[in-house]
Write a protein that binds this ligand. Structure first.
Ligand SMILES: [Zn+2]
Length: 426
């Protein structure tokens, strides 16, 4: 088993040790095991350390080995995975370990903050923490509670920060299992070991934990609670501590500040401004839809008026270069529903270009023409026919069909309309 120096000296970031073994493991990953280490392996929700192992005086670049990941092996050894490719040191070689400070300090702030926060949720609302996760940006705890109100979030945040401000000592001690049970720990691990490592935030929280923690609650800096959401095992609460809290607040401020500048408003007025804008754009969209509907109707009536009748129906052929396919469809519907038996062959060349073929119901057309041959056509079949020649896609029913030509292609939709008109004898 590797001796874990961080158990008793979590502040130790530089240490000397001896290589116990070194080998290349799964998928050519160079891995080193030391007799003792201050590197923390991923466990208990806390993420592993990174840093350097230096051989000899470290004068040569190849003697400086980058530790990319640290993991717990099942046999109690700690494995330092090196960045590949690395020269593997020999067993028995003296080595100096250096842990990346900022990363470790951040982890200690987050982890100790989690203890305080979990204890605050118990003290105030009897909500136990069932799991802890430390991510790249934020951390989270899962509470065994079906829901957590925003008042409870604010309450736990206030209480936890109060404990931070009191700067209570955070101590490590070892007790027997029996003693731990008497102490009434917030969290007791499954019965594996006889001796337990306890982390005590003075007169506030005692829990069994193998992680690294700051030595007084003031070093947590601050605890900022973020989003909460329902998860399978209860409610997940996101939080950030210390330096992360400042970074995240800075990022939020920048985003909110930018939004406020766009509205020329104060930060706290942004939600109201957004609500107002959403309402306004809904209204404008509705007005635009109404106006387009009226325009399509007027254009349809004018087109029908100017078109001579053949076989008891009018055929309107129209290609739009300044209106999209949505408007083309609206226009086709207006032409075929205006009370005059009609066929509409309509296109739009606005990207994405498309075609709409529609007719007043084939039954009405047949009646209007007195059953003259060729008075009605199958719009779906007609569309497929003209599109198949240019690689377009589309289809529909006998009375209404819609399709498109490949976007960005140089296909002239007006020519396709002429081709369709020719087919039905317009
Ligand atoms: Zn801990």
């Amino acid at each position: 088993m590797t001796k874990r120096l961080y158990y008793d000296r979590p502040e130790l970031l530089e240490f000397d040790s001896v290589v116990a073994s070194a080998e290349t493991v799964e998928q050519s990953r160079p891995a080193v095991i030391l007799r003792e280490t201050a590197f923390y392996p991923t466990s208990g929700g806390q993420v592993h350390d990174t840093g350097w192992l230096t051989l000899g005086g470290g004068d040569r670049a190849e003697d400086r080995l980058r530790v990319a990941e640290v993991a717990d092996a099942e046999d109690g050894r700690i494995v330092h995975y090196l960045e590949a490719p690395s020269k593997l040191p020999l067993a028995g070689a003296a080595v100096h370990g250096s842990i990346d400070r900022e990363r470790r300090h951040d982890h200690m702030q987050q982890h100790t903050g989690q203890h305080v926060l979990s204890a605050a949720f118990i003290e105030l609302y009897q909500m136990p923490t069932v799991s802890f996760h430390m991510g790249e940006d934020y951390c989270s705890i899962d509470l065994a509670a079906p829901s957590v109100s925003s008042e409870q979030i604010a309450g736990a945040e206030k209480r936890a920060n109060h404990v931070v401000f009191e700067n209570r000592p955070v101590r490590i001690r070892y007790v027997s299992r029996a003693e731990a049970e008497r102490l009434g720990l917030r969290k007791l691990p499954p019965a594996e070991r006889d001796e337990l490592r306890l982390i005590e935030v003075e007169d506030f929280d005692v829990s069994a934990c193998g992680g690294t923690h700051v030595s007084s609650s003031g070093q947590i800096g601050s605890i900022l609670l973020r989003k909460s959401e329902r998860v399978r095992q209860g409610t997940r609460v996101e939080f950030v501590c210390g330096g992360r809290a400042v970074r995240m607040a800075r990022r939020d401020y920048n985003a909110l500040g930018e939004a406020a500048a766009l509205f020329s408003s104060q930060l706290w007025d942004v939600p109201d401004q957004i609500r107002k804008n959403v309402e306004e754009s809904k209204l404008v969209r509705k007005q635009k839809e109404d106006a387009l509907d009226q325009l399509a109707e007027l254009m349809a009536l004018a087109a029908l008026h100017n078109q001579a009748e053949t076989n008891g129906r009018k055929i309107v052929v129209r290609a739009f270069s300044d209106r999209d396919i949505g408007f083309a469809k609206l226009f086709a519907q207006k032409v075929t529903r205006a009370g005059t038996p009609a066929i509409a062959l309509v296109a739009s060349s606005v990207d994405p270009p498309g075609l709409v073929f529609a007719q007043t119901s084939s039954q009405t057309l047949a009646q209007a023409s007195g059953g003259a041959p060729g008075s009605t056509a199958d719009m779906g079949a007609l569309l497929k026919q003209v599109l198949s020649s240019v690689g377009g896609r589309g289809g529909g029913s006998r009375d209404f069909a819609q399709g498109g030509v490949p976007a960005g292609s140089k296909i002239n939709v007006e020519q396709l309309l002429q081709q369709a008109a020719g087919t039905i004898g317009a």
